[in-house]
Design a protein around this ligand. Structure first.
Ligand code: AMP
Length: 572
C-alpha cells in the first residue's frame, strides 16, 4: 500500500500527463497479477471494480470516529483540518502524524490485506454492523502511516483527487505492457474492470476481452448542446477533419431511469445507471423482455407512462423506493423505450455503426410495455426544432441526437450522442453545505450551497433555497444531520454526496466564489440519486455556458431565456 501511496503522490505532484503515465507504468510493471488487479482498481479511486456490485457502505461518521480514536484528535482539530483541506484524505494524513492508539498485532498493509478488510466491510451490513465497520476502520488507521491513510481514506470515500482519469491509467497499462492503447481502452469498455484488463494486457490476451452477460458495463452518455446547429458540428477531437454529418438520428429524451437489460434465454437482469440490479422493481416489464429475443443486451430508458405521455418522474421514483412495487403497478405504469442493442444471439454489436444496431433493434419482437424508442433522421437544424417541440408536447425533456456512424462507447460522454434539453440549461452539482432556512423552514436544513468539479476539487458556484418538496427537504435534513463533517451551528458542512440538478436564469461572473462564476436564481429541479459526485458538471462546463449565453442570444444579453412558467409547471 505504501508503494501505491508513493506513486499517487508522484502522480498528483506533476501536471505533466507523460510523467504521470511514466510513474504509473513503472510501478505497474513491478506487480504480480493479484497486486496488479487490486492496484489498478485503487488507482481509479474505487475499492471495487466498476462492474462489481459490492459497496463498502462506510459512512463518513464511522471513518471520522476511527480517525479521532486513533489520532486522539479533538473535534476542533478535525474541523480545523477539514476546513483547511476540504478533503478527508488530507485530514487523515495530517491527523495521523500522531497516534494515541497503536495496533495490538501490527500488520503490514499489503494490497491484499487492504482488499481483505474491504471485503469484510462490504459483507457486513444491517443492524449492529456499525461497530464492526468502526473496528475495521480502526485497524486500517492504526496500521497505516500518514501517507497510506491519506490515500486509503480517499479510496474508501471514492474520491481520489489526483488528476488521474481512467483514460490515463489505460495509457499507463498500454505503456507498461507494450500493448496498443486502443486495445486497452476497448477491453476496459467491454469489461468495466480495469484490473482484469491490466492482467490481460500483461499476458498479451487483450483480444479475448468481450462483453459478459450479467456483468453490467457503463452506459454511453451524451454531451450537452445549447443550439440545434451544434448537433451538426464535426465531432471535435475524436474525428478530426471529418466533414459535418449530412444526417443524424433523433430521439426524444425520455425522463426516466436508464436501464441495461441482459437476457440469456433464462435469466433476466435489469441494471441501473449505477450498475445496480433493479430487476424486481419492474416485474411488469419481464414478460415483454423475455419475448424480445433469445439472448441479448440492450440499453434504454424506463419511463412512467400513461396514455401516450410521460407522467412525472417523481411518481417513478416512488416505485423505485418500494421493495415490493406490486401495489403501485396499476397506478404508475411504466414503459421501457429501447434505444440501443449491444449484443444479440452471441454477437457483440458495440463496434457496429448505430445505423446497423438500430436496424437489428427494430427487428426485435417488441410488446406493449417494451417498445423501440421513436427514432427519425434529421438533415438540418430546422428539423430538430420541430422534433424538440413535439418532444416537449409528449412530456419529454428534449432530444438526444446521435451520429448514425458512431460506435457504442461505454462510459463515454462525447459528441457522438448529444442532448438538447430545453432552452434553459441545467447543471448537475453536489451539495457541500446545508443551512437552516427561515420562517416555516427554520427547523430544517433547506438552504444548500452546491459545487461543481474543477481538477478533482469541488468549487462552489451557488446556493439554492427552492425547488424541493417538504418531504424531500425533511429527508435531506435528516441525511445532512447524519453526514455533517463540520458543524458551524446554522451551517453544516456536509459530505459531498448529494447530487442535485439545478436550473437557473443565467451564469454570472462572481468574485465571491473560487470558481469565478455564480448562478443567478438557482432552483433545484431534482435530486439525482442516479448520479455520483464524480459525474457532476465541471467549472469548464460553467465557463462554456457563460460564453454561450452571450453568443447564442445575439451577443448582447448575458441572460438565458427562462422557460415559461406554464412550461415549467407542465414538466413536473
Ligand atoms: P442527463 O441524465 O441529463 O445527463 O442526460 C442523459 C440521459 O438521458 C441518459 O443517461 C439517459 O438516461 C437519458 N436518455 C433519455 N432518452 C434517451 C435517448 N433516447 N437516448 C439516450 N439517452 C436517453
Amino acid at each position: 500500500m505504501r508503494r501505491l501511496a508513493d506513486v499517487l503522490e508522484q502522480v498528483s505532484g506533476t501536471a505533466s500527463k507523460l510523467q504521470k503515465i511514466d510513474h504509473l507504468a513503472a510501478y505497474l510493471q513491478t506487480l504480480g497479477d493479484d497486486d496488479l488487479r487490486i492496484a489498478c482498481t485503487y488507482l481509479t479511486g474505487a475499492p471495487f471494480p466498476a462492474g462489481d456490485a459490492r459497496a463498502l457502505n462506510v459512512g463518513w461518521s464511522a471513518l471520522l470516529d476511527a480517525l479521532r480514536e486513533v489520532s486522539g484528535a479533538s473535534d476542533d482539530d478535525l474541523d480545523r483540518s477539514y476546513l483547511k483541506y476540504g478533503d478527508l484524505g488530507s485530514v487523515a494524513g495530517e491527523l495521523l502524524t500522531q497516534k494515541v492508539r497503536l495496533p495490538l498485532f501490527p500488520q503490514v498493509l499489503t494490497l491484499r490485506a487492504v482488499q481483505e478488510i474491504f471485503s469484510r466491510l462490504a459483507a457486513s451490513s444491517g443492524k449492529g454492523s456499525r461497530q464492526g465497520k468502526l473496528a475495521a476502520m480502526r485497524t486500517v488507521f492504526e496500521n497505516a502511516d500518514p501517507l497510506e491513510a491519506k490515500y486509503l481514506a480517499r479510496i474508501i470515500t471514492s474520491d481520489m483527487r489526483v488528476g488521474l482519469k481512467e483514460g490515463l491509467l489505460e495509457e499507463a497499462i498500454a505503456k507498461a505492457f507494450a500493448q496498443p492503447a486502443a486495445d486497452v481502452r476497448r477491453a476496459n469498455m467491454l469489461m468495466s474492470d480495469i484490473g482484469a484488463v491490466a492482467v490481460l494486457a500483461r499476458q498479451g490476451r487483450l483480444g479475448e476481452a468481450a462483453l459478459r452477460l450479467f456483468s453490467p458495463f457503463r452506459f454511453m452518455l451524451a454531451d450537452t448542446i445549447f443550439t440545434a446547429a451544434e448537433a451538426f458540428d464535426p465531432v471535435r477531437g475524436e474525428d478530426k477533419g471529418s466533414p459535418p454529418p449530412t444526417a443524424v438520428l433523433v430521439e426524444e429524451k425520455y425522463d426516466g431511469v436508464r436501464a441495461q437489460v441482459h437476457f440469456d434465454g433464462t435469466r433476466l437482469a435489469i441494471f441501473s445507471r449505477t450498475l445496480d440490479e433493479i430487476t424486481p422493481s419492474f416485474p411488469d416489464l419481464h414478460a415483454d423482455l423475455r419475448a424480445l429475443a433469445n439472448r441479448y443486451i440492450l440499453d434504454g430508458e424506463i419511463v412512467a407512462w400513461r396514455d401516450g405521455r410521460a407522467i412525472p418522474f417523481t411518481q417513478l421514483q416512488q416505485r423505485l423506493r418500494r421493495k415490493d412495487p406490486t401495489a403501485l403497478i396499476a397506478d404508475i405504469p411504466v414503459v421501457l423505450f429501447v434505444f440501443d442493442l449491444l449484443h444479440l444471439n452471441g454477437e457483440d454489436l458495440l463496434d457496429h455503426p448505430l445505423a446497423d444496431r438500430r436496424r437489428a433493434l427494430d427487428a426485435l419482437h417488441f410488446g406493449s410495455v417494451v417498445r423501440p424508442s421513436e427514432a427519425t433522421v434529421a438533415s438540418a437544424p430546422e428539423d430538430l426544432d420541430v422534433r424538440f417541440r413535439d418532444a416537449r408536447l409528449h412530456g419529454n425533456e428534449g432530444l438526444v441526437i446521435k451520429r448514425r456512424e458512431g460506435h457504442y462507447q461505454p462510459g463515454k460522454r462525447g459528441r457522438q450522442w448529444v442532448k438538447w434539453k430545453e432552452e434553459l440549461a441545467t447543471l448537475d452539482v453536489v451539495v457541500v453545505a446545508a443551512e437552516q432556512g427561515h420562517g416555516k423552514r427554520a427547523g430544517v436544513l433547506s438552504d444548500v450551497t452546491f459545487a461543481v468539479r474543477s481538477d478533482g476539487e469541488l468549487t462552489p458556484v451557488g446556493k439554492a433555497y427552492s425547488g424541493l418538496t417538504d418531504s424531500e427537504i425533511a429527508s435531506l435534513t435528516e441525511w445532512f444531520r447524519a453526514h455533517t463533517v463540520v458543524d458551524r451551528g446554522r451551517v453544516k458542512i456536509v459530505e459531498p454526496k448529494i447530487v442535485l440538478e439545478v436550473a437557473f436564469d443565467a451564469v454570472t461572473r462572481s468574485p465571491r466564489h473560487a470558481s469565478g462564476y455564480a448562478l443567478r436564481f438557482p432552483r433545484i429541479k431534482r435530486i439525482r440519486d442516479d448520479k455520483t459526485p464524480e459525474e457532476i458538471n465541471t467549472v469548464d462546463d460553467v465557463a462554456r455556458l457563460f460564453a454561450h449565453q452571450g453568443s447564442s442570444r445575439g451577443g448582447s444579453s448575458p441572460k438565458l431565456v427562462a422557460p415559461r412558467a406554464t412550461e415549467r409547471g407542465a414538466r413536473r
